[in-house]
Design a protein around this ligand. Sequence first.
Ligand SMILES: *Cc1c(COP(=O)(O)O)cnc(C)c1O
Length: 385
Amino acid sequence: MAQPGTAGRPTREAVIDLDAVRHNVRRLRELTGVAELIVVVKADAYGHGAVPVARAAVEAGADRLGVADISEGLALRAAGITAPVLVWLHGPDADFGSALAADLDLALSSEAQLAQVIAAAAAHGTQAPVVQFKLETGLSRNGAAEAEWPALFAAAAAAERAGLVRVDGLFSHVSNTSSEEDAAAAARFQRGVALARAAGLAPRVLHLAASAAALGEPELRYDAVRIGLAVYGLSPFEPDAPADRTADAFGLRPVMTLRASVAAVRRVEPGTGVSYNYSYRTDRPTTLALVPLGYADGIPRSASNTGPVVINGHRYRVCGRIAMDQFVVDVGDDEVTVGDDAVLFGDPATGAPRVEEWADAAGTINYELVTRIGQRVVRTPRSAS
Ligand SMILES: *Cc1c(COP(=O)(O)O)cnc(C)c1O
């Protein structure tokens, strides 16, 4: 039988549908109606490839990109991306001088960081940097804590008056614990905004929501939303959330298809052990297909004996342990040939398993599955347009 065949395709491949990125960005604009859509491309665009995803997002109307680290922002600039980029997580070695030289928008979490940025601007002869402040409102992560707000805002207002800095925005991030908890975080955020204004600051843009709040809590949208996961066509809500909270219900299309070419096929006898520790033994004469993806490629070992795989339109499960480079699928009496396409996850509209099935099998979330896909897996950006 003629197979679609995978000749010429990389053995291990994550196909990145840039049309789906563009579609999702436009859809998220429609769904949220915000003035400013910040598309989050940190962690190599959640494993999808930051540069092509960022370009597609900007083409589709993203107003700004968001990343965690300055180095991620610098990589976007090095690729020629000129859109505004907000950067919000700075370690003690943060290179604010390079960030300012590359025109990255710095989000700061403390008075100490503000002083460092002002000093870096002076040292590099840059104009007054435009910054935002991240306020800590209940996640217990980065951001300035409420007790630090008066001194931070006073220092910032003084620096603004001296022409050393301009505070363009204030933002925070919520825990998604419950609408009540998120509302409490929003109330604390409002106290921060009021305090900043009373200190003489005039932040132009306020934002609180990432994917979950942007889609689930309209009152938290403010002037901008920072959306990561939903841009990749995945839902931030638990798989057992109400049916109106799936990616499908939001009209989002999964961007990543993870596939590999079957590397070996063998016919075996009943009682044949499979992979380390024989956690699987065949119970009949059967065919085993070898899929060259393993935990080095980000396939969670904890999904051994459970993760779903589609080969030639038929659905199977991993059998035996997932190893570093490979796992085995028991395909019974179905005909499978070396080079056939094994699809681990993708757009369910194409018959692919959902990434959430892998996440469930591994006891984790869709965010982690796509983000941890390893470097050996070739990212192939695709566009019909
Ligand atoms: C990662 C991150 C986001 C994006 O979160 P999603 O849930 O993927 O939309 C937004 N804001 C901040 C501060 C983040 O760290």
